[in-house]
Ligand binder design. Structure first.
Ligand code: NAD
Length: 456
């Protein structure tokens, strides 16, 4: 498999893909190694993650360079991602022991009865990952999974293979045995081969379309399945905000990572009283973004990682304009080597347009005017997805009332495109099932075992 730089179309390297037989061998190695890993004292497993953290700190510039080269992410954003993973690791290091400790939940002295809960690892898990934040979406799974005593068969996205290989090298150098964390390389065919192994859990991050295939394949066996899928995340701007600062923050939420984030702002609704002022401030902000060489420290908009996404973005823009939208800026592919799309803003949009219904996953956004809060809530909920949703409002009571009615895994007041290790990361509707992060995202890699002990 050739690894290509999406910003320049240069070939960065070539790797050998794991076919079904190779995946099978890797599965067998992981299966044999997992029990020993699980019986190590938890502190020893945590020490390996601490050492992995050190490696990330020491190698951050080289790792960020590799990530930028293979996915086209602006270099500062690559470093931010790795730094963000450090914070998540700190959370897992601080919380795992307490979360996974055995608990006595009931005692009855007269009956000599004790009821306890312990947390057993699931066993061997498949971690099938996306390319847009490989350190985040991978780390949310493999770090707590390893700490809990699981072996991990990790499939990085074919678009983030070099980063996946670097992660495996660093974990091994940090003391995680080679057969406890194993990378399997390749595209969906390798992922499918992984699903055909009798793993004990499937943890997937990616698109809804692939998620549905994973769910269908997984239905053959009774194993835990988590699917972290896409979003069409809305923001509503109320009439009591400081329009300029709201526009700056929301533009960042929509265009950071070149709009290729699961929780990017993908739809904006604005109260009619501030609509025109908001649009003017927002478009000025977007025109200001520096598009260009992802290795340049000043670049804010990088390349589109997957070439087929260019046609999807173009189709959404054309469909919207044909149905009456106004193109405020951008609107087309940028003609240069690699995959580039101009930051694009459309107004006078509505829900008949693919732009407001389907995940864009790129630097393209629609702004729709609304009459009141009730209309905003109704439009925000008019989506097959439900990952995140936010409100910009000066009045906190009003924001809370709106967010109470919105169907989403995460809700934001005066912020957006934000993930915290302390909070559960999950979606409703077609944004997925299961969760990562928070203490729930540690427990999820274990099976709570119920102990009924009489005569103690
Ligand atoms: P994708 O679905 O194309 O691929 C994801 C992974 O699945 C890759 O490793 C791929 O090789 C593998 N795969 C593909 N077909 C497979 C099959 N039939 N069987 C097994 N594995 C298969 O998604 P992507 O382009 O890598 O990521 C972008 C999508 O991920 C977006 O929709 C985005 O919103 C979503 N995402 C969600 C979250 C979240 O936390 N909810 C985070 C990041 C990305």
């Amino acid at each position: 498999m050739k690894i290509q730089n999406p910003a320049t179309a240069a070939i960065l390297g070539e790797v050998t893909v794991d076919g079904h037989a190779a995946v099978r061998r890797k599965y067998e190695l992981a299966r044999a190694a997992q029990p020993k890993w699980a019986t190590l004292p938890q502190k020893k497993r945590l020490d390996t993650i601490r050492a992995f953290r050190e490696q990330l700190v020491t190698r951050i510039d080289a790792l960020a360079h590799t990530l930028t080269q293979e996915v086209g992410k602006p270099i500062r954003q690559s470093r931010n991602e790795i730094n963000g993973l450090l914070a998540r690791i700190d959370f897992f290091l601080a919380e795992s022991a307490r979360t996974l400790r055995d608990q006595t939940v009931h005692t009855d002295v007269a009956q000599k009865l004790e009821e306890r809960i312990s947390h057993e690892p699931l066993g061997v898990i498949a971690n099938i990952s996306a390319w847009n934040y490989p350190y985040f979406v991978g780390g949310n799974v493999f770090i707590p999974a390893l700490v809990a005593g699981n072996a991990v068969l990790y499939k990085p996205s074919e678009f983030a293979t070099l980063t996946g290989m670097a992660i495996a090298d660093m974990l091994h150098a940090s003391g995680v045995p080679d057969d406890v964390f194993i990378a399997t390389l390749g595209d969906g065919t390798t992922g499918y081969a992984l699903l055909r192994q009798p793993v004990d859990g499937i943890f997937f991050t990616g698109s809804l379309a692939t998620g549905m295939k994973i769910a269908a394949a997984a239905s053959k066996r009774m194993v835990k399945v988590q699917l972290e899928l896409g979003g069409k995340d809305p923001i509503y701007v109320c009439d009591d905000v400081d329009v300029k600062s709201a526009a700056a923050a929301i533009a960042d939420g929509a265009f950071y990572n070149t709009g290729q984030s699961c929780c990017s702002v993908e739809r904006i609704y604005v109260h009619h009283a501030v609509h025109d002022a908001f649009v003017a401030a927002f478009v000025a902000e977007v025109k200001h973004f520096k598009v260009g060489d992802p290795l340049d420290e000043k670049t804010y908009i990088g390349a589109i990682t997957r070439a087929p996404q260019l046609a999807i973005l173009k189709r959404q823009v054309t469909d919207a304009v044909r149905k009456g939208a106004t193109l405020q800026t951008g609107g087309d592919v940028i003609k240069r080597r690699g995959n580039w799309f101009a930051p694009t803003v459309l107004t006078k949009v509505d829900h008949s347009m693919a732009l407001m219904r389907d995940e864009s996953f790129g630097p393209v956004i629609g702004i729709q005017q609304v009459q009141d809060d009730a209309e905003a809530v109704s439009l925000m909920n008019d989506s097959e997805y439900g990952l995140t949703a936010g409100v910009y409002a000066a009045d906190g009571k009003r924001a809370r009332k709106i967010l109470d009615q919105v169907h989403a895994g995460s809700v934001y007041w005066n912020c957006c495109d934000r993930v915290s290790p302390r909070l559960p990361w999950s979606g409703v509707k077609n944004s997925g099932i299961g969760l990562t992060l928070s203490t729930y995202g540690i427990e999820t890699f274990t099976r709570p075992k119920a102990w009924h002990l009489k005569g103690a």
